[in-house]
Design a protein around this ligand. Structure first.
Ligand code: ADP
Length: 473
């Protein structure tokens, strides 16, 4: 019986046909991987100390093109490409993973020079003994076999192992030693220019209308990976086909983008007038955020239900904000006020007794932000510039165990009071802004009930002279 030797869990592609030109952006990664390409072609190291490359880690979030890059390296060097997902190695039976690794390298060595690509290496390569309840025999044997294989061939045998991960921090340090995965290439989410180039790549062969402006789309998609952008263009193409259009126009792209961000619109959902009115006022209240300094401008307000949401207000965060990931104190305060706006609007318009449960998500968000500000960000005078609460992450679960408290009851009382104060202040801000702009609130709600969606420009034009009066605390 061939028990354990298993159907091979890897793929072998004699020629990937992918080149660096197919990978848009990622210039730094391509530059670093060029060395691997050169080595595979000439089999002499260009490094002065003559050490041959063997293993290289591609580090970055899912969808950023790590697999694509690995295929491009094989394509550029004109060598075969072996690939597997590490998670598929490990099965119920101890020893199966190790035998699959052996199998893979046997085949690869026979076809050298070649590339072996291991996706999600963290699935087997986590720090040993770090899981809950100690070691995992099967995982350990698999990783040991991988190490044995990598140590066993000399670099000039021409097998280069590329492995992808989003969590280099949890990897077993044995994997990172010299002669193993001793190089790291970072593959980040693309910036604006990168996104423009990726959009160009993925619109090859698609008929585009003249009004499509990649620069604009790129600006609206901060944080999108190559895979997200590919998905966007495909969705837009599907919408265009469904609408019997010969080419994709900017509308299909805008609609596809909203579907991706917020789930498909539920156009035929039956919504009562009362509910529509509620959502309309809620939407206005949220867009009140646009009046606050240090907050993002409104891109669009909609009362068409989507996914779980009754309606949505889209903000247009600036590129720097998204890319730096830095938020100021007043930004966070505004964020809370925006989230509370829905409840305030309900109270003002429908009366305190008539408020609904519609704002429960908003409350959760507000509490989370306030708690973060006090516990983790040092924004509370009483707690001070320290991070408290929440134990360390658990590498096995790959997540933060944040519910764990590491402070006393007395501190907990202070934290609660501080959180409450922040929320109350935000509530007062929201009330003030809504009460001082009540006429515009009614105009916008009316407009929303008529048109269902209002874009940023229309929203701003509701203000006298088209200029928003800034809220000053
Ligand atoms: P990862 O391995 O990082 O999860 P993939 O390489 O599987 O990501 O990317 C998925 C798809 O997204 C690719 O097949 C490709 O079509 C697209 N993609 C990702 N990044 C890029 C890029 N930089 N240029 C062009 N297409 C990209």
């Amino acid at each position: 019986m061939d028990f354990g030797r298993s159907k091979s869990k890897f793929q072998e592609v004699p020629a990937t046909g992918v080149s660096f030109a197919d990978v848009a952006g990622a210039d730094q990664a391509k530059l670093e991987l060029q060395e691997v390409v050169d080595f595979l072609k000439n089999r002499t190291s260009t490094r002065p100390w003559g050490e041959d490359p063997k293993g290289c880690l591609l580090v970055g979030p899912p969808g950023t093109g790590k697999t694509l890059l690995a295929r491009a390296v094989a394509g550029e060097a004109g060598v075969p490409f072996f690939s597997c997902a590490a998670s598929e190695f490990v099965e119920l039976f101890v020893g199966v993973g190790a035998s699959r690794v052996r199998d893979l390298f046997e085949k690869a060595k026979a076809k050298a020079p070649c590339i072996v690509f291991i996706d999600e290496i963290d699935a087997v390569g986590r720090q040993r003994g770090a899981g809950l309840g100690g070691g995992n025999d099967e995982r350990e044997q698999t990783i040991n076999q991988l190490l044995t294989e990598m140590d066993g061939f000399s670099g000039n045998s021409g097998v280069i192992v590329l492995a992808a991960t989003n969590r280099p921090d949890v990897l077993d340090s044995a994997l990172l030693r010299p002669g193993r995965f001793d190089r790291q290439v970072t593959v980040d989410r693309p910036d604006v220019a990168g996104r423009v180039r990726i959009l160009q790549v993925h619109s090859r062969g698609k008929a585009l209308g003249k009004d499509v402006d990649f620069e604009k789309i790129a600006r609206r998609t901060p944080g999108f990976t190559g895979a997200d952008l590919q998905n966007l263009m495909n969705e837009a193409a599907i919408l265009a086909a469904r609408r019997d259009l010969k080419e994709i126009s900017k509308d299909e792209i805008a609609d596809a983008l909203e579907r991706i961000i917020a789930g498909p619109e539920k156009k035929n959902a039956v919504v009562s007038d009362e509910k529509r009115k509620l959502v309309a006022y809620h939407g206005w209240a949220c867009s009140g955020g646009a009046l606050m300094p240090e907050y993002d401008p409104v891109a669009k307000i909609s009362i068409v239900p989507r996914g779980q949401a009754g309606g949505l207000t889209f903000f247009a965060p600036s590129e720097e904000r998204l890319e730096s990931g830095l938020y100021s104190r007043s930004y966070l305060e505004n964020q809370m006020a925006v989230a509370l706006g829905g409840r305030v609007a309900e109270e003002v318009i429908f009366g305190k007794e008539k408020v609904t449960t519609g704002a429960s998500n908003d409350f959760m968000q507000v509490s989370r932000v306030a708690r973060q500000m006090v516990e983790r960000l040092g924004f509370s005078k009483k707690i001070g510039q320290v991070a408290i609460g929440g134990g360390g992450g658990n590498p096995f679960l790959g997540q933060q165990m944040s519910s764990q408290k590491d402070y006393s009851m007395a501190t907990a009382d202070v934290v609660d009071a501080e959180v409450r104060e922040l929320v109350e202040k935000a509530y007062a801000r929201a009330s003030h802004i809504i009460n001082t702009h009540i006429d515009i609130l009614h105009k916008l709600a009316q407009l929303l009930l008529e048109k269902e969606t209002v874009d940023g420009e229309e929203f701003m034009s509701l203000f006298i002279d088209g200029k928003a009066e800034l809220y000053v605390a």
